[in-house]
Design a protein around this ligand. Structure first.
Ligand SMILES: NC(=O)c1ccc[n+]([C@@H]2O[C@H](COP(=O)([O-])OP(=O)(O)OC[C@H]3O[C@@H](n4cnc5c(N)ncnc54)[C@H](O)[C@@H]3O)[C@@H](O)[C@H]2O)c1
Length: 257
């Protein structure tokens, strides 16, 4: 028996990085997974990788833009239609936009807030409705950037702080329905998002920039997508039945300073 045996999960942004790692681990732990992403090709790649492991009945892809309410509602409805209920939502899709407050374009602020905060709200809203019948778990991928100020990520940090508040509100409103909500708060983790950030900020000194990020992490390395997936499996599983409303750092002791 897997740790998420027969649980029904919807994961957003599951075509890449952390979302893909969580989709693979959830499937390996016995969950049925609706893989969703804005990018169809990468989402289908995640599904193909899961199917190679033999779980062909337990995985499907749906294209979802988390800023579009009908897409979020449709994904939840599809999971319920396919597999009879919804147990787990991972509202993971997110984007960054480097820029300090004084230089940040209004459009970038709006775009980051739309994907990183409005997106989790829209998905959680419809997941909550489906989970009111039998309980469930909502995980939001926030960030350590949501736990304090983050220079040069002027929109990203506030969007993740908002996502943590959203999670806390869901935890309080969900408790009487046995709906738990928690936020994953990774530090810098090896995904395409970090490569983009290091390239954009570091420019020709990208390698030095990466070393600087690592030097800020006491355990001496960037996180791996699997580090985050391990935390997600635990928080999604019944082992965490009494854990709700928590912003859970996956940060190599970064926050212990
Ligand atoms: N990598 C890190 O260092 C790090 C650290 C902390 C938090 N996070 C958070 O983890 C989450 C995943 O990031 P990642 O590092 O895997 O990034 P990534 O860029 O590898 O993956 C993000 C995925 O989200 C999808 N996406 C983007 N906009 C979307 C939209 N509007 N609707 C649906 N899907 C959309 C992309 O197509 C992509 O597949 C994000 O919320 C990010 O903010 C990442």
């Amino acid at each position: 028996m897997g740790r998420l045996q027969d649980k029904v999960a919807v994961i957003t942004g599951a075509g890449s990085g952390l979302g893909r790692a969580m989709a693979l681990r959830f499937a390996a732990e016995g969950a049925r997974v609706l893989v969703t992403d804005l990018d169809e090709a990468s989402g289908r790649e995640t599904v193909a990788t899961i199917e190679e492991g033999g779980a062909t009945e337990a995985v499907a892809f749906r294209r979802v833009d988390v800023t579009v309410e009908a897409d979020c509602e449709g994904a939840i409805a599809e999971a319920v239609e396919r597999w009879g209920r919804l147990d787990l939502l991972v509202a993971n899709a997110g984007i960054g936009a480097p820029g300090s407050i004084a230089t940040l374009a209004r459009e970038d602020w709006d775009r980051v807030l739309a994907v990183n905060l409005t997106g989790p709200f829209l998905c959680a809203k419809h997941a909550f409705r489906a989970m009111q019948r039998g309980g469930g778990v909502i995980l939001i991928t926030a960030s350590v950037a949501g736990l304090g100020g983050t220079p040069r990520l002027g929109a990203y940090g506030p969007s993740k702080a908002g996502a943590i508040q959203l999670m806390q509100t869901l935890a309080l409103e969900g408790a009487r329905f046995n709906i738990r909500a928690n936020a994953l708060c990774p530090v810098w983790t090896e995904t395409p998002m970090v490569d983009t950030f290091v390239g954009a900020i570091g420019g020709r000194r990208a390698d030095a920039m990466r070393e600087r990020l690592i030097s800020d992490i006491p355990l001496g390395r960037l996180g791996s997508p699997d580090d985050v997936a391990s935390a997600a499996v635990y928080l999604a599983s019944d082992e965490a039945a009494f854990i709700s409303g928590v912003a859970f750092p996956i940060d190599g002791a970064h926050g212990a300073r």
